[in-house]
Design a protein around this ligand. Structure first.
Ligand code: NAP
Length: 238
């Protein structure tokens, strides 16, 4: 297997921490995000010189198809994929705008399906690969004010388990990592003290702590179809 990993949403937050850890461990990293400059800035900060940034909106089928073709032409076989691109537009369901529902579902759920499909061809040909989807504990437990977001993440659980069954015979593994509250731009609006009170470990998580668990799932040859919560015990309290 090659050491090439595509990190969708690799320009910021959890995806950036994953990109950094993978680069430190000798992977070649391709960062995808809509904002090319932010992706490039992350790539410049990575250890090693071979990493690349591509601009790609994961919710757009043709864009995803073209970008993955480009990556394979430029870098060769993709062995690893991390689906960390995600957005939230939280509101009570009665106040949610249909266009926001569509963009959350298309980015978080459809996006991971499109990128997985595009990367899989390469993995199946090579008879080896691993995909880590980033869900959320909210997708496992539900949360008031996050109906659409949690549905997108719960959808990823079914997607992960089903795809794991589809591709296991070809030595491709698919797992879901479910973070709790992690300190990134996505949680910048959160009252940290209040949030921390609901977490058994008593604090928010750091993106680097999620990255360690992503690496574990990418490299564990006998783990597939699993959901791993990285949440300071939040799930126990929900
Ligand atoms: P973040 O800091 O806001 O980063 C999100 C990343 O996704 C950015 O690189 C962003 O780049 C990219 N992105 C967003 N929409 C995209 C699209 N349509 N196409 C391609 N890239 C896109 O968020 P984060 O906190 O690191 O979250 C990463 C993942 O973890 C998300 O799936 C999120 O739902 C999940 N998660 C986060 C937490 C948390 O507490 N932070 C908890 C549970 C789950 P561009 O904007 O340039 O596209």
């Amino acid at each position: 297997m090659s050491r090439l990993c595509v990190v969708c949403g690799g320009s910021k937050g959890i995806g950036r921490a994953v990109s950094r850890l993978l680069a430190e461990r000798g992977f070649r990293v391709v960062v995808l995000s809509r904002n090319q400059d932010a992706g490039q800035a992350t790539v410049t900060s990575l250890k090693g010189a071979d990493h690349l940034a591509f601009s790609c909106d994961v919710s757009q089928e043709q864009e995803v198809q073209k970008t993955f073709e480009n990556i394979q032409k430029t870098c060769g076989n993709i062995s690893y994929l991390v689906n960390a691109a995600g957005i939230n537009k939280d509101s009570l369901l009665l106040r949610a705008r249909p266009e926001d529902m569509v963009s959350v579902l298309h980015t978080n759920l459809l996006g991971s399906m499109l990128t997985s499909r595009a990367a899989l061809r390469s993995m199946l040909r090579a008879q080896g690969g691993a995909i880590v989807n980033i869900g959320s504990v909210v997708g496992l437990k539900g949360n008031s004010g996050q109906c659409v977001y949690s549905a997108s993440k719960a959808g990823l659980e079914g997607f992960t388990r089903s795809l794991a069954k589809e591709v296991a015979s070809r030595n491709v593994r698919v797992n879901l990592l479910a973070p709790g509250f992690i300190r990134t731009d996505m949680t910048a609006g959160l009252n940290e003290e209040e949030g921390a009170r609901s977490i058994p470990l008593g604090r928010l998580g750091e993106p680097e702590e999620v990255a360690q668990a992503v690496l574990f799932l990418l490299l564990s040859p006998y783990v597939t179809g699993q959901v791993l919560a990285v949440d300071g015990g939040l799930q126990l309290a929900m």
